[in-house]
Design a protein around this ligand. Structure first.
Ligand SMILES: Nc1nc2c(ncn2[C@@H]2O[C@H](COP(=O)(O)OP(=O)(O)OP(=O)(O)O)[C@@H](O)[C@H]2O)c(=O)[nH]1
Length: 604
């Protein structure tokens, strides 16, 4: 195998990464006729359905330039803000990146954030304008944006259509000519960075590695710097784009290895693998992913907990950014408390659990991690049930802080007013804005920045942003620490008894509205009982909102008589079935189904 290049494609969502990745692969590997774009790299069902890339994939291709064959390793990266951890992880194995910008849309919020991540990692960035086949494309204008935002020299910008294939060849040539080869040496002792892994039922854990120094071959005895465990390599190969076994992986190459690693927890992302007996210093690993949003996941049928926990464990192996803890709720039974990078990440995880593991689950409302400061210690609370009652003077709490983010919104000038209103309505501070297109005469775009509580954007901020800007606004955010805040725990009472799984943490400004909306929702989904049930929202001892659920008639079969025997039996049967899954909150019977309905309407 000849020299190699390791690169990645970085872009705002929908700017065409997967199309370009597929185009380069199908162009170089199987020479598929144009038009049969099979989206080779987007493998997960949820990715196909939602048209987004969630998990970075790796694929290799061979490209010949001036009679020299090059091995090009492409590491695909996700486009959504929730997955920026995956982006930085993929970039660790690269020396360069293609910054792909849609020529009809121009620079967007995530173009900026991914550009900075690549630059921080010292990568060579090649600017590429995509979709120039579209009549609405404005290459000259977007080149000016690249120049003013990133100081790009206009002559370095490539112009392509990933869809028709125009210019794609020039991109691959630029990868070879502009991106430096990995600085690795075959003479040095083996050092391989483990940057991803997945579980294979037959072969155990398969790890994706980037070889920094040395060579790795089948039969080699290797060890992990992290666990010091030893393994024998059973197979090595490249992703072509499916696994293709090779004799060895050489310095600078990216590929997979199968060794006798049995447990998913042994494959530690960021670990350095070395040859048994050699002395090597571990490479700097990755900063662990920081969960921004937490939610409880419970099986609809409480008997399924063990199965659910096992599925969660398997799935977290392919998605290391999810944190997992056990949780138990008096209303929902045993479950897991999971930490995610954002709400899209949470939705995707939930959908994968349902699709790939056939799980039937209830997900509680998303919560961000709050800081509760006591006189002598600070506690992070990511579960509303653990949040103290601040109206109780003996709680000893000095103050409460909530996580805030620095948000960047890019929007056409005509929508600036609505965007500012939206930000203020979500408790934004330090609002600032400036022009993105220097000197543009019409439909200029603005970059708006502000700090905003994370809890405000984990609900439906993004949907509102899109609808208020007619789809034109793009949005990204980064962690900006904690801010003191006026928060309290809201609990919901059924017949005077609190339902733990429904507790929320709310800001004073939203208490009334949240309380009223929720009580109404509960009223809609809770089945009538044999007696009247008050449904209340409370903060401490204060009741914020109330609805009353009227009593129902005692016998569900009372209205059925005589010849309707079958119908009657069926009714009784149904009643028995839902009883099995009934939860009792105080004196109120609640089917799991009601929780499912409440919580699935809640996020909207
Ligand atoms: N006309 C035209 N359409 C394109 C081109 N490249 C991509 N598209 C279309 O743009 C849409 C988004 O492309 P994707 O490749 O899925 O975008 P992506 O950046 O991978 O998206 P994420 O993985 O979700 O971040 C798809 O409908 C593509 O068919 C192009 O060069 N020309």
């Amino acid at each position: 195998m000849g020299p190699c290049r390791n690169f990645s494609i970085i872009a705002h969502i929908d700017h065409g990464k997967s199309t370009l990745a597929d185009r380069s692969l199908t162009g170089t590997i199987s020479k598929k006729p144009s038009g049969s774009n099979q989206q080779v790299l987007d493998k997960l069902k949820v990715e196909r359905e939602r048209g987004i890339t969630v998990k970075a994939q790796t694929a290799s291709m061979v490209y010949a330039l001036k009679s020299q064959k090059y091995l090009l390793n492409l590491i695909d990266t996700p486009g959504h803000v929730d997955f920026s951890w995956e982006v930085s992880r993929s970039l660790a194995a690269c020396q360069g990146a293609l910054l792909l910008v849609d020529a009809t849309q121009g620079v967007q919020a995530q173009s900026i954030s991914v550009y900075h991540i690549a630059k921080e990692r010292g990568l060579m960035v090649i600017p590429v304008l995509n979709k120039i086949d579209m009549p609405a494309s404005q290459p000259a204008r977007v080149i000016l944006q690249l120049e003013s935002m990133f100081g790009v020299d206009p002559v370095d910008v490539l112009q392509i259509s990933a869809k028709t294939g125009q210019g794609v060849d020039a991109v691959l040539r630029a990868v070879i000519e502009r991106i430096p080869p990995p600085s690795a040496s075959a003479e040095n002792p083996l050092k391989a960075l483990l940057f991803d892994s997945h579980y294979d039922r037959y072969r155990g854990v398969i790890s994706l590695v980037s070889i920094h120094d040395g060579v790795i071959r089948k039969g080699d005895k290797i060890a992990s710097c992290h666990t010091r465990k030893k393994y024998e390599v059973q197979e090595v190969g490249v992703m072509y784009p499916e696994e293709l076994p090779t004799a060895s992986l050489r310095p600078g190459q990216v590929g997979y290895i199968a060794c006798n690693m049995k447990e998913s927890s042994e494959a530690h992302v960021g670990d350095t693998l070395y040859r048994v007996g050699a002395q090597v210093d571990p490479m700097p690993g990755f900063r662990p992913a920081k969960p921004m949003v937490y939610a409880g996941i419970f099986p609809v049928d409480t008997n399924d907990f063990i199965k659910l926990e096992e599925s969660v464990k398997r799935l977290t192996l392919t998605d290391r950014s999810v944190s997992v803890q056990r949780e138990s709720s008096s209303a929902l039974g045993q479950g897991c408390r999971l930490g995610f990078l954002g709400t899209l990440h949470m939705d995707v995880f939930r959908q994968r659990l349902e699709d790939e593991y056939d799980a039937n689950i209830i997900v509680t409302a998303p919560t961000v991690p709050y800081k509760v400061v006591y006189k002598d210690r600070t506690v992070i609370v990511s579960n509303p049930t653990e949040f103290p009652d601040l109206s109780d003077s003996s709680s000893g709490v000095k103050e409460v802080q909530e996580p805030v983010v620095k948000a960047t919104i890019i929007v056409p000038e005509d929508h600036l007013g609505e965007m500012m209103e939206l930000c203020f309505a979500h408790r934004a501070e330090d609002l600032d804005h400036r022009y993105l297109d220097a000197g543009a005469t019409k439909s200029a775009r603005i970059i708006l920045t502000c700090t905003i509580p994370l809890s405000e954007i984990v609900t439906n901020f993004f949907d509102k942003l899109k609808s208020k800007s007619s789809g034109y606004a793009s949005f990204d955010y980064e962690d900006a620490g904690y801010r003191r805040s006026d928060l309290s725990k809201m609990v919901f009472l059924l017949n005077g008894k609190p339902v733990d799984a429904l507790a929320l943490i709310v800001h004073r400004s939203g208490q009334q509205e949240v309380g009223r909306t929720w009580v109404k929702k509960l009223h809609k989904v809770i089945p009538r009982q044999l007696f009247e049930v008050p449904i209340q929202a409370a903060i401490g001892k204060q009741i914020i909102a109330r609805e009353t659920l009227k009593a129902m008639r005692a016998d569900v079969t009372a209205g059925l008589y005589g010849g309707h025997y079958e119908r009657k039996m069926k009714h009784l049967e149904n009643q028995k079935e839902s009883k099995r899954r009934m939860k009792r909150v105080g004196s109120v019977d609640l089917p799991q189904e009601a929780f499912f309905n409440i919580l699935s309407t809640k996020a909207k």
